[in-house]
Write a new protein. Sequence first.
Length: 111
Amino acid sequence: MQYEPLLSTEEWELRLGNDVRRLRISRRLTQAQLAERANVSLSAIKYLESGHGSSLATVIRVARVLERTEWLRSFAPDEPTVSPMAMLRARQHAQSRSAKRVRASTAKPRP
């Protein structure tokens, strides 16, 4: 499934629906069998495959049955291993430690 970012919502729905249909057929499943395995209604599968929209829950359930959970990874990317705020605090702490402080001289000024 290769995507182009400038597609309309309707075009994305059609592409996803076509991919679901293609995968369902390659696994020799009927729409009714897919619906039963995904625990969704037959009409939900028909709407999804025809590109007429679907709920996120239906897409997730169908993706699981079709073993395509990688479709979902872009919606919920892995948590960053390093917090940007932690990096900022560490940098500020390092800068404050390395900053040279200039103290006022206690010696009397020469006339």
